[in-house]
Design a protein around this ligand. Sequence first.
Ligand code: NAD
Ligand code: DAU
Length: 352
Amino acid sequence: MNVLITGGAGFIGCHVVRLFVEKYPEYRIFNLDKLTYSGNLENVKDLEDSPNYTFIKGDISDLEFVREIFEKHKFDKVIHLAAESHVDRSISDPLIFVKTNVMGTATLLQVAKESWKGNYENKLFYHVSTDEVYGSLELGGDFFYETTPYDPRSPYSASKASSDHMVRAWGHTYKMPIILSNCSNNYGANQFPEKLIPLFINNIVNGKSLPVYGEGINVRDWLWVEDHARAIDVIFHNGKHYETYNIGGHNEWKNIDLIKVLCKLVDAKIGNEPGTSEKLITFVKDRAGHDLRYAIDASKLENELGWTPSLQFEEGLSKTIDWYLENKEWLDSVTSGAYLDYYTKQYESSES
Ligand code: NAD
Ligand code: DAU
């Protein structure tokens, strides 16, 4: 089976690619990634010599290029993660989110449809999406269910909602086998340090201020990235076609509480006096349109497919901090942008 995974040089994608390459030596795994600022081949360097792994550099919204690689590699199944993923960037620069997340997804769907020519035996288009498509919840209120009406409120979540609709439209209209999953906030190794947890670890280590948006009362539901990858594996293999699965950790944290735990854990690990890093907390102007609370009900996935998160949050957070402390070179290279020059030159075009 030839499996195309898009966005495999990014944060979640690298964990999915690694899990599939290592667990399924009988599959041929193709990692298609444009290597934007958040894509980094260091994240999958350990897989370079695996016989069942191929990296392809390219853009999911480039129709001719996507046609070429489908023609060449005859992909049977697609796991689609490539996207512009950061909400703040979508507020300052929304159009690239429309191009990549909407047009890119539609391009992949259309080429998969052309390539599969209506013969859908053993074919699947699995789309990885976000809980942000459901909008925002009241504090202490209900959860997001698979049936919750869509109410995206940022350019990022609107582009992801649009891509979800595209996937369902190709499934409904052309009967292409599709599955979607919508996941809550991930944390763990290899996350680009623009997102809350790696940004704040990096700032604590460097004694820089910790910019808390608004009053820090917004709530997010955090899941360890390797548990997300495990969920994708379970859904890819056992999920029902045309269904959607919510993925989440039942692990809600108010930002300010999470940040204080993070400060305490990092202080202890780097030998700071207790309370040192909390002094770096700075309340700043709120994010425009900042969603108040996300919280996933993942009981469909748990009851029907038997998946549950494997790690308690404090353990996961501790492992995550250790990873960033042990991988200072990775952190320095992505904050300086050095990796971009290196890999852009090495993979000027197409395949390895
Ligand atoms: P990321 O930004 O770390 O990685 C995205 C990857 O996509 C990068 O490697 C980038 O180079 C690649 N990419 C971007 N544009 C591309 C294009 N035009 N063509 C080919 N590749 C391109 O993002 P992430 O956090 O790993 O998110 C991966 C997916 O999971 C996204 O679809 C995101 O919406 C979804 N998701 C993320 C979270 C989260 O908490 N991070 C939660 C739920 C769902
Ligand atoms: O819910 C899933 C989504 O989670 C994914 O679809 C997105 O790709 C991912 O980026 C993430 O979105 P968030 O906006 O929730 O994540 P972020 O890490 O940017 O912010 C988490 C919370 O922390 C949010 O309430 C905003 C706040 N925040 C963030 C940053 C970067 C701050 O207070 N200060 C900051 O500097």
